[in-house]
Write a protein that binds this ligand. Sequence first.
Ligand SMILES: [Zn+2]
Ligand SMILES: [Zn+2]
Length: 137
Amino acid sequence: MAEIDCGQQHLTIEDAIHHARTNLGGNDVEPFWGGMAAINPGRVVGYQVTSRRRWRLDFDPGKGVHVNEENFDAPPSRQKVVHAVTPAAFDASGRPIASDMQVRLYWNKWTTRYGTPGRGIFCTQCDNWHINGRCPF
Ligand SMILES: [Zn+2]
Ligand SMILES: [Zn+2]
């Protein structure tokens, strides 16, 4: 499914997360665990609002720092929304200096709320790990 841009400028990660949360229309209920073994194993990368709505903080060299909003209750064209965070630093030729350092700091901060996991059981209902072994949704 294609991703769309949220249409707003975000100068900070917090602001991008706030916009995603507002769109999803709910509170963070359950940590969302990174599933990519090489990049973020055992790291909380965002939060689930329901079994079908979630956001996660991500980085890639092309998009830079961004928040992925996923809402599988929305119409197909609006299920995946990207909240790009405006780069804070540029090199001499005006290209953004892209780094995942800030993203990793956030992941680590969120992960420490749950101790050193043990991610519990993998739930096929919502495609996520539940640390206490049962699905809250
Ligand atoms: Zn946004
Ligand atoms: Zn679940």
